[in-house]
Design a protein around this ligand. Structure first.
Ligand SMILES: Cc1cc2nc3c(=O)[nH]c(=O)nc-3n(C[C@H](O)[C@H](O)[C@H](O)COP(=O)(O)O)c2cc1C
Length: 347
């Protein structure tokens, strides 16, 4: 399923400046999702993959003492990148120093976020329209740290302004050590297909590693994307919601040519329970509220999943959530026994 050329390329480490990563599959930064708890789950199945924190507001960081929880990393979790956003080179440089001190292997600058609240203030994807500011940011941040600085962006502002080729070249010239391209415009948000053909074009004009992002939901889509774009790696995003197995499944396939068995609904629910407990422990009540959306994402692929999703999206305590999940697991096990007795599970 993978061409020999691709296999040969993928068997070498991904080099981000001085940092070598033994995996070509990355877990994207996801605001409100990729906290320490989530990353721990992803890393269990993808121990060699690069993970990203949620994006951290550099100006916000300037005005507080200490670090926000979203910037916290576990000393054992490597390789890890801390993602920053802002439009002020000085605040970004200061934040990058704090990220380096916290133990980040690389700093990533967000130049792709489409959210109005962020673009209005000149951050995220609005930097596509101000390449000189983006360059200044990179130069300033690179000067302030010893670790590689990378960036993540989109293909352009909208269909009339697909500027990625020029933009990416400028970022490389300013010193970026890797670029991740989410192959949608800012105007697309998360709609429509990712336009991987643009990643192939970016790859042709750059010498730094190019990571493909957008619509990587399975082993098949990852391989197809790598074949079509020639990218140096793929980054998984929404495909990991309620499915922290995805990065590991793709990584395993790229390394061995073999598929891992997908988790059963019971295994998914066990994972949901672990996620809920860990979020409760790590963040208290706030963690439980955040866990609601995760729980709902896990509960799929079996009879009764939609009812369970509704219930889980309203839980108030860890115990309540665990109770609901345990009941669902029990009835799935009973169903499985019935299937076994009737021979259905053997089909
Ligand atoms: C809930 C959510 C939060 C996100 N947060 C971030 C973020 O903090 N930083 C970032 O660079 N991209 C963020 N993104 C964008 C994703 O990393 C990714 O680029 C995008 O979802 C496209 O990939 P996909 O089609 O595989 O989902 C976020 C996307 C979603 C859906």
């Amino acid at each position: 399923m993978i061409s020999p050329n691709l296999q040969a390329k993928l068997s070498t480490p991904l080099k981000i400046g001085s940092v070598e990563i033994k995996s070509r599959v990355l877990q994207s930064p996801l605001s409100g999702i990729t906290d320490l708890v989530f990353r721990r789950l992803v890393r269990r199945y993808a121990p060699e993959s690069m993970m990203y924190t949620e994006m951290v507001h550099a100006s916000g960081l300037h005005y507080i003492k200490g670090l926000p929880k979203i910037m916290e990393i576990d000393p054992q979790e490597r390789p890890i990148s801390i993602q920053l956003f802002d439009c002020r080179p000085d605040f970004l440089a200061e934040a990058a120093q704090k990220a380096q001190a916290e133990g980040a292997d690389t700093i990533d600058i967000n130049m792709g976020c489409p959210v109005n609240k962020i673009t209005r203030k000149g951050g995220g994807s609005s930097l596509l329209r101000q390449p000189e500011v983006a360059e200044a940011i990179l130069r300033e941040v690179i000067k302030s740290v010893d670790i590689p600085v990378t960036m993540k962006t989109r293909i352009g502002w909208d269909d009339n302004e697909i500027t990625i080729l020029d933009f990416a070249k400028r970022m490389q010239d300013a010193g970026a050590q890797m670029i991740t391209v989410h192959a949608r415009t800012r105007a697309q948000g998360y709609n429509g297909n990712a336009r991987w053909e643009w990643i192939a074009k970016v790859k042709e004009v750059l010498s730094i590693p190019v990571i493909a992002n957008g619509d990587i939901f399975s082993v098949e889509s990852a391989v197809k994307c790598l074949e079509e774009t020639g990218a140096d790696g793929v980054m998984c995003s929404r495909g990991t919601l309620g499915y922290p197995f995805l990065v590991g499944e793709i990584d395993y396939f790229l390394k061995t040519g073999e598929r891992l068995a997908p988790p059963t609904p019971i295994e998914l629910l066990e994972c949901a329970k672990e996620h809920l407990r860990a979020l409760g422990e790590y963040k208290g009540d706030k963690g439980v509220y955040q866990a609601r959306k995760h729980m709902a994402w896990y509960a799929k692929g079996f009879v009764g999943a939609s009812v369970l999703r509704g219930q889980l999206s309203q839980v108030e305590t860890v115990q309540e959530g665990v109770g609901l999940i345990d009941k669902a697991i029990e009835s799935l096990e009973k169903g499985y026994e019935v299937e076994l007795e009737s021979g259905l599970a053997m089909v």
